[in-house]
Design a protein around this ligand. Structure first.
Ligand SMILES: Cc1cc2nc3c(=O)[nH]c(=O)nc-3n(C[C@H](O)[C@H](O)[C@H](O)COP(=O)(O)O)c2cc1C
Length: 202
């Protein structure tokens, strides 16, 4: 079974990370870290309460939420977690959503939290890394950090919607962005209708 490392950090839109995770655990095990700030934003924006207790307690809550045991949760300060080491083999890492602070840390090799360390390791081992940075507008600092990572082969997939799929409601938008992230991870899904040419008749 495939193994993915997953981080949800403190930008707006943790609901997208939560959706992508749901899809990943259909076929893979996920090693998850949620930043302290993100727990709060999840509660504020989506009324999802994963906060409180030990890492094991949080893992139990998350497993109950998804009705799946394929999630292994680690505290952001736990540098003894397996994903902190390059010897832990995995099939790719996702940071969804990625705050500008975490983007900067990853772009500069500043491995302060477990997910920053896991991303640093993913890069040094040449594994797949997908980041969904969320901010608007982007400053030159943000763009430079994204460029630096893109030049290292990181897939930058911001939560930007397409209008060609007739987005409709919020669920469609979340599914579309989540599907784009899964495409970048090389994971099959059925979350959005792929574009087919409808050439205007002349
Ligand atoms: C409600 C809320 C929404 C936020 N949204 C964003 C955002 O969309 N993008 C961003 O870069 N930072 C955002 N922030 C700020 C980050 O949470 C903050 O920089 C934090 O230090 C990020 O830490 P983390 O990446 O370790 O979670 C938001 C903060 C709050 C309280």
């Amino acid at each position: 079974m495939k193994k993915f490392v997953f981080a949800i950090t403190g930008a707006s839109g943790p609901i997208i990370g939560i959706r992508v995770l749901k899809e990943l655990i259909r076929t893979a095990e996920v090693y998850l870290v949620v930043s302290r700030q993100s727990f709060q934003i999840m509660l504020d924006e989506s009324n999802i309460d994963w906060v409180g207790g030990t890492a094991k307690d949080i893992q139990n809550k998350i497993r109950k939420f998804y009705r799946s045991k394929r999630i292994y949760y680690y505290d952001e300060a736990d540098m003894y977690a397996p994903i902190a080491s390059g010897s832990f083999q995995h099939d790719g890492m996702c940071v969804v959503p990625c705050s500008m602070k975490s983007l900067s840390a990853i772009a500069h090799g500043y491995a302060h939290t477990l997910f920053e360390r896991a991303a640093d390791v993913t890069l040094k081992e040449g594994r797949r890394l997908v980041i969904s940075p969320r901010e608007t507008p982007f400053s030159a600092i943000h763009l430079e950090n994204m460029l630096k990572l893109a030049q290292l082969g990181v897939k930058i997939v911001p939560p930007v919607i397409g209008f060609y799929h007739d987005p409709g409601d919020m669920e469609h938008i979340i599914n579309f962005i989540s599907g784009k992230i899964l495409d970048a991870m090389g994971v099959e899904h059925n979350l959005y209708k792929r574009w087919t040419s409808r050439r205007p008749s002349t």
